[in-house]
Design a binder for this molecule. Sequence first.
Ligand code: GLN
Length: 455
Amino acid sequence: RSAVEITQEALQRIATLEPKLHSFLSVTADTALAQAQAVDAKIAAGEEIGLLAGIPIGIKDNMCTKGIRTTCASKILENFVPPYESTVTQKLADAGTVMVGKTNLDEFAMGSSTENSAFQVTANPWDLERVPGGSSGGSAAAVAAQECVVALGSDTGGSIRQPASFCGVVGMKPTYGLVSRYGLVAFASSLDQIGPFGRTVEDAAILLGAIAGYDPKDSTSLKVEVPDYTQLLKPDIKNLRIGIIKETFGEGLDPAVEQAVTKAIEQLKDLGAEVQEISCPRFRYGLPTYYIIAPSEASANLARYDGVKYGFRTPDAENLLSMYNRTRAAGFGTEVKRRIMVGTYTLSAGYYDAYYLKAQKVRTLIKQDFENAFANVDVLVCPTVPTTAFKAGEKTDDPLSMYLTDLMTITVNLAGLPGMSIPCGFDDKGLPIGLQLIGDVLREDLLFQVAYAYE
Ligand code: GLN
C-alpha cells in the first residue's frame, strides 16, 4: 500500500474511534496527506526511504509544531500556534513520518490520568470507563487503539511508562539528555524527557533511534553517538544480570500486578538471565522528593504565561497586575495552580532550605542507590504501576492517591536513568499490566534487549 493509503486508513480509524476515545486534541489530516504524498513521490522517483517513512504517528500536544496549534491541553495556550518546530518533530518529519495529529494530555503534563486536560477526557481503549493513565494518555490510547502506529510522549515522573502500562503498549523514557527537549513545553526541566510509544519493542527502538542525538539547541543534550537500537534486538539474555527492586513489592501492590510481574521475572530466568533481589533503600523517598522538585521547577517555568507575550489574555483587566492575575486565574486549571502554589512555597525564602534543598540532597541519595545497584546488575525490574487502570473520576478529588500511582516510575526520572514499560499480562478484568525495566545511564540497548527477548 502507498503512504497515502496507509494515512487514509489511519485517518478513517481516527474518525471512527474518536467519538469514544478522545485521544487527539487536533487531527492534522491535510498536512498528514501532504507528508504521505511526499513519501510516495520519493518512492516513485526511486529514492531510498527509511523505516519510518509513511508511518502514521501521534505527537503529544506539548511538543511545538510550527503552524500547528500546540495547546498543552491548557486554556492558556488554547490558540497558541508555535512559530518554530521542536527538534524531535523536525527529525521525524525528515525521516518521513506522517503526523496524523496532536494527542491529549494532562494540562502541562501534570497528572496521571489525562483527566486534567482542559478540553477532554481520554478513554482507555480496553475499558472506556477507565482512564488511559497520564500524562501522555492520548498517545498511549491512540497507539493501543491503532489510530496511529507509534507516538511520542514526554515523561517527567512516569508519564510515558504509566500510560503504556495502563494501555498495554511499550513505552520508554530515555536517559536524561539523550533526546533533545528543544520545543518541548517545559514542566520540570531537570526531569523532562521525550520518548517513544509503540505496540512492539522493535517499533519503540526504531522510533527512539530517530529522535535521539545531540542537539546544540538544548543545553542539557548529551554529546553521544546514537547506536542503531534495532541491531541490538537479540532474543538472547543469557548471563545478563537482572535485579528485582525489593522495595517495590509489598503493601499497596495489587495482587494481580504482583503475580504478572513475578511470572514475567520467572520467564526472564528461563531465558537465561541471572536474577537476584536488590535493595534500593531510599526508593520510597522518591515520591515526596519529586513532589517538591517538580512543582518548584514548574512554578518557575510557568511564570512565562502572563498574558503578555503569547497565549490567552483576559479581556477584562483594569491594570497590569489584574491582567496577570485574571489571565492566570482563568487560564490554568486546578492541578496546575496547585503545583504553582506548592512550588512557589517550597522555593520561597525561609522554606527553601527545608524543602527544595533537602529534596535535592535526597535526590542524590536516590541516585546513589541506583549506582550501587548497577555495580551488581545490568538491568533492574519492578512493576511499572502498583495497580491497573482505575475508573475515570475515581481519584480526581484525591490528589495524593493520584500521586501514588507514580511511586515506581519517578525515582527513575530523579536519577536521570532510562526506564521502559512493556506489557506482561492482564488482571481478571482484562486490564493490561506493565513490567518496568530500568537501566544504567545510556543503557537503552540493554532495556531493548531484555524487552525484545521477553516479548
Ligand atoms: N504523574 C506525574 C505528575 O503528575 C508525572 C507527570 C509526568 O511525567 N509528566 O507530575
